[in-house]
Design a protein around this ligand. Structure first.
Ligand SMILES: Nc1nc2c(c(=O)[nH]1)N[C@H]1C(S)=C(S)[C@@H](COP(=O)(O)OP(=O)(O)OC[C@H]3O[C@@H](n4cnc5c(N)ncnc54)[C@H](O)[C@@H]3O)O[C@H]1N2
Ligand code: MOO
Ligand code: MG
Length: 410
């Protein structure tokens, strides 16, 4: 039996070739960017007016001028105009290019407009102005050619906005792996069926499928196989040939119908390890074929499948997609906890910020790895190391969040 650390290492060593493809900007959300996005012009590309009002020369104001002859209007979307003469101004709008010769914008709220003999004038009311106010100066955010987004970043709405502004209609990203999620077990029935007293509806595989969709935008296919060696052999052979990654649930422990490891072996999937020193999820089996088909065979108990998906499968997919490693999240244990066996314990917790802004993990242990309803009361697992038995209140441990809001932190 290997440790959690060794299991992570062996999994992360497993590579897979995913081609780089181009996606339309409108479809790019959630993909991992595989090119640099650079500024094609300065940000902002011109001295951009930030308030509707009048553009003046500040030197006029310094000389005591308070009333300016209005020379015209500079709208957003019009080529730059020029402010001519002394004691003059242009009415100017948010988003317009600051007129040549002007250096300061005074908002309409501080201006009174009057008219005399066909000439319009703008008088300013307050004296609290400064040179350059209400102007977003060219190149103060980013400079032309600056690197804006590096490869390996997951594309969020912010990256989409920036890509659009630099004219990237299409983006290079990693193709998503083709993933099959396979439930095994004679006791399982479909979601839309009424189970007999000895049956249950399958739930694990839907959770894993939803996690893949939420985290990577991957739409995995679901399969179900009964506990029958020949069926498992022939169907898994077909599925292996059609997919890059297989995620199985169930059939990996010591039971009389736990055939999965044996069948995978017969199919030429080379075992990297079977069983990890952890609870839940100990009977986890992992391996790959010589042609890099990767197989995660997760223990069937629902919390085991769930934990193993978040702890091992999703981080591996993230690496396979070339995603930059996200920072580890830590939380303080909000109550003491004891776990004696010499294995890593993934404690279920509710995450809350205390009034000091510290993330705290409140243990809600549940009734073992079959108690998947307990996942509803929690947000995360806290990883308690194997070489420790007593975990004090206030000690800090790494957490594996699965709730929206925590899970999508980078
Ligand atoms: N003698 C031993 N027995 C068991 C051991 C052990 O070390 N020695 N390990 C236990 C642990 S830990 C786990 S976890 C389970 C793992 O079992 P399997 O991977 O073989 O899974 P199954 O036997 O097929 O099912 C276990 C349990 O989970 C339910 N299940 C399975 N698939 C689904 C699904 N898709 N949706 C919902 N629920 C599912 C299944 O009905 C069983 O109740 O083995 C222990 N036994
Ligand atoms: O993973 Mo098992 O379900 O540790 O209990
Ligand atoms: Mg079993």
């Amino acid at each position: 039996m290997i440790s959690v650390q060794e299991a992570i290492q062996q999994i992360q060593q497993q590579t897979i070739q995913l081609p780089i493809i181009e996606v339309d900007l409108e479809d790019a959300i959630g993909y991992i960017l595989q090119e640099e996005i650079r500024a094609d012009r300065d940000f902002p590309p011109f001295n951009r007016v930030t308030m509707d009002g009048i553009a003046i020369k500040f030197s006029d104001f310094e000389k005591g001028v308070r009333t300016f002859a209005i020379q015209g209007i500079q709208l957003a979307g019009e080529p730059q105009k020029s402010l001519e003469g002394q004691q003059t101004c242009l009415e100017i709008m948010t988003g317009a290019v600051l007129s040549e010769g002007a250096d300061t914008v005074i908002r309409y709220e501080d201006v009174t407009i009057s008219e005399k003999e066909g000439q319009r004038f703008a008088s300013i009311s307050s004296e609290n102005y400064s040179r350059g106010q209400n102007i977003h100066k060219r190149a103060t955010d980013r400079k032309s050619e600056d690197l804006l987004v590096s490869p390996g970043i997951r594309i969020s709405p912010a990256e989409v906005a920036v890509a659009a502004s630099v004219g990237k209609k299409r983006l290079q990203v990693n193709a998503l792996p083709k993933i099959a999620i396979i439930s095994t077990g004679d006791e399982l029935v479909e979601v839309d069926q009424i189970p007999l007293p000895h049956q249950i509806r399958k739930s694990n595989v839907y959770a894993v499928q939803a996690g893949l969709k939420e985290q990577f935008g991957i739409q995995a296919r679901l399969y179900h196989l009964n506990d029958d060696k020949e069926v498992l052999h022939s169907r898994l052979q077909e599925i292996l040939s059609a997919f890059d990654v297989l995620i199985l649930s169930g059939g990996v422990s010591k039971g009389k119908a736990d055939y999965v490891p044996e069948i995978l072996d017969r199919l030429g999937v080379k075992k990297a390890f079977h069983r990890v020193k952890q609870r839940p999820g100990k009977p986890f089996w992992f391996g790959a074929t010589p042609d890099q088909k990767v197989v995660f065979a997760l223990p069937g108990n629902p919390v085991s499948t769930f934990l193993n998906a978040y702890k091992y499968v999703f981080p591996w997919i993230s690496t396979a997609l070339g995603q930059q490693a996200s920072p580890q999240i830590f939380a303080q244990l909000a109550a003491e906890f004891t776990f004696k066996p010499s294995m890593t314990y993934f404690l279920q917790v509710q995450l809350k910020y205390n009034p000091q802004g510290i993330l705290q993990a409140h243990p809600i242990e549940g009734k073992g790895s079959g108690d998947f309803a307990n996942l509803l009361d929690c947000d995360a697992f806290v990883e308690l190391p194997e070489n420790q038995e007593h975990f004090r209140k206030g000690e800090v441990f790494s957490v594996i969040p699965y709730r929206f809001g925590f899970s999508s932190m980078r």
